[in-house]
Design a protein around this ligand. Structure first.
Ligand SMILES: [Zn+2]
Length: 106
């Protein structure tokens, strides 16, 4: 058994207090399990977890320059052509966009 849980059981705190502490463990364990099984997803901007199903997907197509020749010595010698990028985002419930896929084409 986890040492801290044992400490809670044998401590001199009141039973109601012990149960409150154990409840905290239960909640933390439930959250940890949901993170592992993918039910919760982290948003780096929010620094918080949300239900994975509350994220929504968004797609957009933006004009972009596609590198068709990479100068090995000077990047100023690179050649670019006009193209497009299809970008897929995963958007957190607060609206933070995270790129999950980007495909470029001409
Ligand atoms: Zn967010």
């Amino acid at each position: 058994m986890l040492k801290n849980i044992e400490d809670i059981i044998i401590s001199r705190a009141r039973d109601s207090e012990k149960l409150k502490l154990l409840k905290q463990y239960e909640d933390d364990i439930k959250t940890a399990k949901d993170i592992i099984n993918g039910k919760l997803t982290y948003c780096e901007e929010c620094k918080d977890y949300y239900l994975t199903k509350s994220f929504f997907s968004e797609k957009e197509t933006v004009p972009t320059k596609i590198c068709v020749y990479e100068d090995p010595i000077n990047s100023g010698g690179n050649d670019y052509v006009d193209g497009y990028a299809d970008i897929s985002y995963s958007v957190c419930p607060k609206g933070h966009k995270h790129v999950v896929d980007r495909r470029e084409y001409t």
